[in-house]
Write a protein that binds this ligand. Sequence first.
Ligand SMILES: *Cc1c(COP(=O)(O)O)cnc(C)c1O
Length: 360
Amino acid sequence: MINVTKTFLPDQERYIEYVKGIWERGYLTNNGPLLQELEQQLKEYLHVDHLYFCTNGTIVLQIAIKALGITGEVITTPFSYCATSNAIIWENCIPVFVDIDRTTFNIDADLIEAAITPATTAILATHVYGNPCDVEKIEAVARKHGLKVIYDAAHAFGVLYKGRSLLSYGDVSTCSFHSTKVFHTIEGGALISNHPELDKEFHLLRAFGHQGDENYFYAGINGKNSEFHAAMGLCNLPHVKDIISARKTVFDLYDSLLNWNVLSAPARPDDLEYNYAYYPVVFPSEEIMKTVMEALRAEDIIPRRYFYPSLNTLKFMPKQFPCPVSEDIATRVLSLPLYVGLPEDDVRRISGIINNYLPA
Ligand SMILES: *Cc1c(COP(=O)(O)O)cnc(C)c1O
């Protein structure tokens, strides 16, 4: 079976070396030495000053919302994974969906201002597929209206925009290190912040708001990650450059093979060092997309509908907002298999099947 992704696994012996060390120390979690080592290496790799390794890419969104004191309405994108808007709801805020840009599939920064109300306190935008949001415009609107900015950068590991880590934008950026992402720690995530004054806050919030013997500061949560997860990160991090370059090879091959007279893909800005996190293609109609999906499934090839449905259409959203562009793209987009070790022949076969079902 060819899945949309296949988790990269490092050399097993190397992981076992780390596990032996954990056994020797008998120290399994709670800000351990491997976790601290991983945080240090990640800061260097990503060129960021403040980074906190946590249990996953969802809890870091919640911690970011909490730490920045965000309440009321949060302007967000309907074209993302449900974790983005769920975190807003979980923190007792209301997601206000603003439609996406038809070319980049990111939140349309020109529509944000019209969605601001007296209850708005923040913008939470996703760099979808690792493709940068219009960070300058978002920052300008946020500044003008005194709003906080959080980027869900779950797809943006290692991306450089205008020579700067994409993770360094906004008040806080969050990352996911889930097994399906470009860099993984089995389960994991990180907060990246531009606020040194929030350092203590982040440490506390991920550890119950409790420090030492009897210091209970506030109602934190358990977002601490373990030495075993940190060890996986330490094994994988040295491979990230090769992982990204192997993904690029597959990505470029699809680019050269697919029929772009009929298909389309999100536009990427100039001055971008990309991570090739996903390979989304947009079909002319949902019907054609479904026909192609079935044809691929018949060959045991499993693409995924990233992202469908448009989050604004989910029944449990506290308020309804129409987002016609996102709803349209979401019904017609498919993410194709993309991972290290996907054979060239398979990329050719997948592209052939797709092109075969497209109208002339
Ligand atoms: C994967 C993902 C998340 C959630 O990350 P987890 O580590 O699985 O909790 C959040 N946002 C986006 C955009 C994602 O793709």
